[in-house]
Write a protein that binds this ligand. Structure first.
Ligand SMILES: Nc1ncnc2c1ncn2[C@@H]1O[C@H](COP(=O)(O)OP(=O)(O)O)[C@@H](O)[C@H]1O
Ligand SMILES: [Mg+2]
Length: 280
């Protein structure tokens, strides 16, 4: 399919939009067309606007970020970014190979016994640490949001599928603006201008290698609170054996500071309005 054909197919699919496959997203509610040329894809639409310069930079950065993830060894499904011309505004859209619902990591972790859950988490954490190692020498500001909800588990290991916003080349201030600009939540867009630092801080975990590992462990505990002791023990062992240097010390320090954990694990969730959900 060339670009024009893809545009037409996306418009057709949007015109008869099916129920979203998930409402768990912060920026989008992906849906999968019931039939037609894109029935093997999910379509993610993002808030449109009249800011063409923001959107064309976004398109460029999205391509750069997808390439960065792949170069770093991340298994990313086929993913295309386009900007649809609507009347008077433009809308960013991502078209991505649809992954089977039964491979969603979050659901697998909920359905597995503890040993299997820990094996899944271990594989995921290994892939996250490998990503950070692979991008360590790159000059750009690069982030990664490897939350449980952003992974599927394929036959060859973790598949990461959340490429939005593209966490490459944007400063902290610029990313803060994007978080506000593209939030689907009217509440966030409302409080953003009053509490810009709260919004900017959402991204900090994504730009902290240790933060993403601690975030994964924290999410696992929130998902399976009854297994907290075993999951924290696994997290410590993971840090001891698979992480080194300052990052290791940072992960262990965070895990050893239980009073701080709830705050770390819940602040962004609260801001995202996902408080009732067991996992981000
Ligand atoms: N390629 C895909 N195949 C199947 N489900 C998907 C796919 N991409 C996303 N989803 C579902 O939609 C949810 C939100 O998608 P995601 O890309 O993470 O958006 P957001 O940036 O809003 O978090 C995911 O947690 C997952 O449940
Ligand atoms: Mg996501």
């Amino acid at each position: 399919m060339d670009r024009d054909q893809l545009n037409v197919a996306v418009r057709d699919a949007l015109a008869e939009r099916a129920e979203p496959v998930s409402r768990l997203g912060y920026f989008c509610a992906p849906f999968r067309p019931a039939h037609g040329p894109l029935s093997d894809r999910v379509i993610k639409t993002y808030r449109g606007g009249r800011d063409p310069e923001v959107l064309s930079l976004l398109a460029e950065r999205h391509d750069a970020y997808a390439a960065c993830l792949r170069d770093a060894g991340v298994n990313l499904p086929e993913t295309q970014f386009l900007v649809l011309e609507e009347i008077g505004f433009r809308r960013p859209v991502i078209v991505q190979q649809a992954l089977p619902p039964e491979t969603m990591l979050r659901d697998m972790l909920l359905a597995s016994d503890l040993d299997r859950a820990i094996a899944l988490l271990d594989q995921t954490a290994i892939s996250i640490a490998a990503f950070w190692q692979a991008v360590a020498d790159r000059p750009e500001r690069i982030g990664y949001h490897p939350s449980i909800r952003n992974f599927a588990m394929g036959a060859d290991g973790p598949i990461f599928f959340d490429t939005f916003p593209p966490l490459i080349g944007y400063s902290r201030a610029e990313m803060g603006k994007l978080l506000l600009r593209f939030s689907e939540s009217a509440l966030i867009r409302g409080i953003g201008p009053v509490l810009p630092e709260r919004i900017r801080a959402i991204q900090d975990e994504w730009y902290s290698p240790a933060g993403t590992i601690v975030g994964l462990i924290g999410s696992a505990v929130r998902l399976r609170p009854e297994d907290e002791v075993a999951l924290l023990a696994w997290g410590r062992e993971f840090a001891e054996t698979h992480v080194s240097g300052a990052m290791k010390d940072e992960v262990l320090a965070e895990l050893d500071a239980p009073p701080r954990l709830p705050a770390i694990w819940t602040t962004t969730r609260r801001i995202l309005g996902l408080e009732g959900k067991p996992n981000v």
